[in-house]
Every structure is written in C-alpha cells, then in structure tokens.
Design a binder for this molecule. Structure first.
Ligand SMILES: Cc1cc2nc3c(=O)[nH]c(=O)nc-3n(C[C@H](O)[C@H](O)[C@H](O)COP(=O)(O)OP(=O)(O)OC[C@H]3O[C@@H](n4cnc5c(N)ncnc54)[C@H](O)[C@@H]3O)c2cc1C
Length: 365
C-alpha cells in the first residue's frame, strides 16, 4: 500500500507527489491521460505560482516561458493599459504539466498514466486497471468529479461557464504588439485572455456563460464571431494561424468557494477539486500548487483531512472571494462600463486590482 495515493496528475497532484516523494515516502500517482496534452487555461503564471514551481525545482523560464509585465483591458473599441504589480510568465500547460509530472518521477513517485479512477471508496480507488490503495488519499482530478462512496459530487451549476482555448502563430508584427502584455477583453456574458506563451505561440482563452454560448449558436464558429467582433482581438489575430484543428473546450465550470460537505471524509481535495477561483485573476494554478504544499504538510505530519481543508480555506478564501466579486461585477454591463472608465481615468487601479486578487504569501512555518 502506498503512503500517499494521488488521483490526478495535473499541477496539484504532481506537485503533491513531488513533495511527499521527496521526503522519502512511497507515492502512487494515477493520471488518466497517456501523455502530454493541452488543457483549457489562460496559461498566465502568477508570481505566487512561479514561486511554488521554483520550490519544486521547476524553472518555467528554462522551459521557454515568456515574461508578462503589463495588462491591457479591452472594452469594445477602447482599451486601457497598466503595469502588473509583478512579472508573470506565459507557459503552456502542455509543457508545464509534463515537466511537473516528470519531476514527480525523478523524486521517486510511482506514476501510472492512462489509468482512469472510476470510484473512490475509503482508502481504495477502483480504476480501469484494478484497485489501488493508499494510507492517505489525495483527490486532485481537477474539474472532473470522481464517484466517492457511490456518490458523484459534480457541483453542477444552473448556468455555469464554458471555456475554450486556441493557440495561434501570429504575424511578427502582431507578436511584437502582444509581447509582454496580457490582453483581457470584456464582453457581455464572458471574457477572453490573450497572451504569448513559449515557442512564439499566442494563447487565446475564452470563458462564457452557457446561456450566452447557446444563444450564440452553440459552436466554435459562432464563438469566433463573438470574440472577433472585438476590434483589438481581431487586429492581433488577423492573419495569424490557428494551431489546433479545433479548440480545446471544457463545460460546466463552477467558480467559488467549496460547499461545506466537500471538506468531510478522509480524502484530501486539492486544486480545482477543492475550489475554482475565477479565471480572470490568473491565480488558479497558484491555488492548485498551494493546496499541494498544504496537503504534503498534512500527510507528512499525519494531520487529519479536516485540518488540511481548514488551512486551505484560510489561505484561499480572501483571494476567491475578491475574484468572485470582480467576476460577478463585470457581468453587469453598467458596472463593467463604470469600472472600465474608472480604470481609463486612473490606470493604476488595474495594478491595484491585480495586487488585491493575489494569494497571501507562503509561509512554511
Ligand atoms: C478557462 C480557464 C482559464 C484559466 N486560466 C488560468 C490562468 O491563466 N492562470 C492560472 O493560474 N489559472 C488559470 N485557470 C485555472 C487553472 O487552470 C486550474 O486552477 C488548475 O489547472 C488546477 O489544477 P489541478 O491540478 O487542480 O487540475 P487539473 O490541472 O485539471 O489536473 C487534473 C488532472 O487529473 C486528471 N484526471 C481527471 N479525472 C481523472 C480520473 N478519473 N482518473 C485519473 N486522472 C484524472 C486530469 O487528466 C488532469 O491531468 C484557468 C481555468 C480555466 C477553466
């Protein structure tokens, strides 16, 4: 039996595997994908996420990450730009997740890929390759729920969000225009982020309400029409080549703090399985990594799951609450309009908003 059985080899699961295996414990990590793959994500690595990656021995710059120092908010034909309060990095999840799962293996974790967890019952996971057991179980399957004790906690919202991602090869002029900047375009019913990642690619990530998606016609062609109606995005993407045959997509995104029943039971919930913070603040990866650090401390000190969930809540509550206020506020066209013009009058407000929606500093004590 493994000391720690980790279900899901995304950022949270792989980071926890690194930390627990590094301490000499027997870790078994199960990941359903067979190899590197693209994930819907803005691919904006905040300073907190970069700090945690360095602690794990992963250097995003060595993987080709590009610096992002400015934010440009776009509303219709208008835009406003300000400095970020830190230097962020752009790196694809294809590259980052692979580097982290490989790191877990170098620390001695036993990684099984192409294994899907079907059900968790106590300390035993039923998988497509038979049963796996761990003294401690860490649930890190991201947005995808796993059946637990016969129940699926899907957290499905009435009108959740859908997300899309597409990589582009831009023209050299457009790439120069975008370099060093994250463009955040606000729409009725959603928003889009555009930035450079490694290998001279640009990542466009969109989030829209399911209702908006249905009203648009429910397919990618309609969604393209939606974001290309924005002149700033249109200008940057014009003559660029889409690099995937079709976008990567995810449905039923439900943001916010977890419901109380989530924190019950012996398994530790990590990353998005714990809670999803609104994507527009670009701190979800930092929360996933933070949860891994806290979960590893919990396992190594033989603390109980409830105390881990309490510590995770204490460290993430403020970030998620503020990000929710921002996301919900921007859904109202009147508030969006007012916020945009305030930022236009005083651009440092954008810097402050970015600063106010960060995780608190990590203190290992
Ligand atoms: C549209 C969008 C944009 C975002 N943009 C940003 C951003 O710019 N910056 C940022 O910091 N955060 C962003 N986020 C948030 C970030 O992507 C997530 O918070 C982060 O990926 C969470 O990591 P995780 O390890 O919890 O989950 P994941 O990265 O989803 O990993 C879960 C892993 O579990 C595996 N798995 C799932 N089910 C099973 C199963 N049954 N058996 C075995 N394995 C399984 C999956 O294959 C996957 O590898 C964004 C999120 C969305 C939706």
């Amino acid at each position: 039996m493994a000391d720690a059985l980790i279900l899901g080899g995304g950022l949270a699961g792989s980071a926890a595997a690194c930390l627990i295996a590094r301490d000499g414990k027997h870790v078994s990590l199960l990941e359903r994908e067979t190899g590197p793959h693209h994930k819907v994500c803005g691919e904006f690595l905040s300073i907190e996420a970069v700090g945690h990656l360095h602690q794990l021995g992963v250097d995003p710059l060595a993987l080709g990450a590009v610096p992002i120092e400015r934010i440009r908010v776009v509303q219709g034909h208008h835009d406003v730009e300000a400095a970020l309060p830190f230097t962020a990095l752009g790196l694809s999840r294809f590259t980052l997740d692979e580097a982290l799962i490989a790191k877990a293996e170098t620390y001695g974790a036993h990684v099984e890929r192409g294994v899907r967890v079907l059900e968790l019952s106590g300390r035993t996971a039923r998988t497509t390759r038979g049963e796996r057991e761990g003294r401690r179980v860490l649930l890190a399957t991201g947005k995808l729920p796993v059946r637990e004790q016969g129940v699926v906690l899907s957290g499905r919202a009435e009108d959740g969000f859908v997300g899309f991602k597409m990589h582009y090869r831009l023209t050299p002029a457009a790439a120069r225009q975008l370099a060093g900047t994250i463009v955040l375009a606000l729409f009725d019913g959603g928003y889009a982020g555009l930035q450079l990642v490694e290998d001279e690619r640009a990542n466009l990530c969109l989030i829209l309400r399911r209702k908006t998606f249905s009203q648009l016609g429910g397919d990618w062609t309609a969604v393209r029409g939606w974001f290309e109606s924005n002149p700033v995005l249109q200008r940057i993407l014009a003559d660029g080549d889409a690099l995937f045959e079709k976008p990567v997509a995810v449905a039923n995104l439900t943001y916010g703090l977890p419901s109380r029943d989530h924190a019950e039971g012996p398994a530790l919930s990590l990353g998005d399985r714990w809670a999803m913070t609104p994507s527009l603040t670009g701190d979800g990866m930092a929360i996933a990594l933070r949860s891994a650090f806290l979960a590893a401390q919990c396992v190594l000190s033989e603390a109980d799951a409830a105390s881990y969930h309490r510590r995770l809540a204490a460290q993430t509550r403020r970030q998620i609450t503020r990000a929710m206020v921002l996301q919900n506020g921007l859904e109202s066209s009147a508030l969006r309009f007012a916020a945009y013009w305030l930022a236009r009058l005083h651009p440092p407000l954008l810097t402050r908003a970015a600063h106010a929606t960060r995780l608190p500093a990590w203190n290992e004590a």
